[in-house]
Design a protein. Structure first.
Length: 164
């Protein structure tokens, strides 16, 4: 997945020129709040995130239903990692702090994590692969799109990070 992330990084200046191709979702049902812009790229999904600060004890521990790779574009966050093949929340087995420029991949279907931005919102880039066949918790409520102003702010930040 890190190789795919490298391709996405190279493509980002061009991907950001077509703002109409990007969809959005405001993940606000549990801390941390995540404003996500996303679009298709090859057989993958590319996401730009603005993730709002919260305490690690508040952050949602969750699995990804797909393989993913992430790059922190700004700020820093605490991350906890655990493993479970079911929807049972696992214990945390690793804690670390990641900062702007750090990259990592989640390629084990049993891996769960939380992220808790420290002090300020974090911007990140994520690429997602095809979903795995594994149970994953889902929000009980439908999620709304990101607001127009927030969408413009995220695009402006993305274009600063990945200029033409």
């Amino acid at each position: 997945m890190l190789e795919v992330l490298d391709r996405v990084i190279r493509a980002m200046p061009q991907l950001l020129t077509d703002t109409a191709a990007w969809k959005s979702v405001d993940v606000d049902y549990h801390p941390p709040r995540v404003e996500r812009l996303w679009r298709e790229f090859e057989e993958y999904r590319v996401c730009l995130h603005r993730i709002y600060p919260c305490l690690p004890s508040e952050a949602l521990l969750h699995p990804h239903p797909w393989p993913a790779a992430m790059l922190l574009l700004s700020g820093s966050y605490a991350m906890g990692v655990g493993y479970s093949d079911t929807t049972d929340v696992p214990p945390i087995c690793e804690r670390r702090v990641l900062k702007a420029g750090d990259r990592y991949a989640m390629v084990d279907p049993a891996e769960w994590h939380y992220v808790a931005p420290i002090g300020e919102p974090v911007f990140s880039l994520m690429v997602m692969g095809k979903p795995w066949d594994r149970p994953s918790p889902r929000p009980a409520i439908p999620l709304e799109p990101v607001g127009k102003k927030e969408r413009e702010e995220i695009f402006a930040f993305g274009k600063q990070c990945f200029p033409l």
